[in-house]
Ligand binder design. Structure first.
Ligand SMILES: N[C@@H](CCC(=O)N[C@@H](CS)C(=O)NCC(=O)O)C(=O)O
Length: 207
């Protein structure tokens, strides 16, 4: 049977894609990629970036970049209602927030968790890079938090909410501190955690 193949890792950006596949209700295979250099080298033969998530489409095409994967799935499976109809102003706002999260919040998270890669001096500059990444991450989440009414797109749930929920969960200070700083984000997370696909996938991601 043709199916999707999702390459991921516990606690990584593959969580949102896994939720999308669960909500669509399509068969898929979930493959964990270990972090050791040998496993990553083998994975690079499938996905040259070596990053997760990556998704093999039913025709064998390999796709990477989390936001692009989520947008693609929402377009191919319109009945799952993961995004507003393409071409509408609502869809424009969906694309705006998906790109904003990917280019800004996800990027800042990488500076928090892979700080040494962002300087030619490596680990020597890791601390200030991590600090600035954390500040930027919070600023991006603050902007998103202000826009929640109660979902990213207003009254309408979309896969952008799962993307935000996943990114917010990476805040290094912990959920309690983040939700105290940004209460709308706490309410949003509570709503999201009640979605069956979200709780199923979170259970799968517990290390
Ligand atoms: N822009 C990429 C970022 C993907 C990414 O950096 N994923 C992390 C996990 S969340 C990863 O694979 N890190 C391993 C590494 O960079 O070595 C996306 O949105 O998919």
């Amino acid at each position: 049977m043709t199916q999707y193949r999702l390459y991921g890792r516990q606690g990584s950006g593959s969580l949102a894609v896994q939720v999308a596949l669960e909500e669509i209700g399509v068969p898929f295979e979930r493959i964990w990629i270990a972090k050791d250099p040998e496993a990553v080298a083998r994975f690079r033969e499938i996905n040259p970036t070596g990053k997760v998530p990556a998704l093999a489409l039913p025709d064998g095409t390999l796709m990477f970049e989390s936001a692009a994967i989520l947008v693609h799935l929402s377009l191919v499976h319109p009945s799952a209602d993961l995004a507003p109809p393409p071409g509408t102003s609502e869809h424009a706002r969906f694309l705006q927030w998906m790109t904003f999260m990917s280019a800004n919040a996800y990027e800042a998270a990488l500076r928090m968790y892979y700080s040494e890669r962002f300087s030619t001096r490596g680990a020597l500059d890791a601390e200030p890079i991590c600090e600035q990444g954390t500040r930027d991450f919070l600023a991006h989440l603050e902007l998103l938090s202000r826009s929640l009414t109660p979902y990213v797109l207003g009254a309408r749930y979309s896969i952008a909410d799962v993307y935000l929920y996943m990114l917010a969960s990476w805040y290094p200070g912990g959920k309690e501190e983040l939700y105290a700083r940004l209460p709308p984000l706490g309410i949003h997370a509570q709503t999201l955690s009640l979605r069956p696909a979200v709780s199923r996938v979170e259970a799968d991601h517990v290390v």
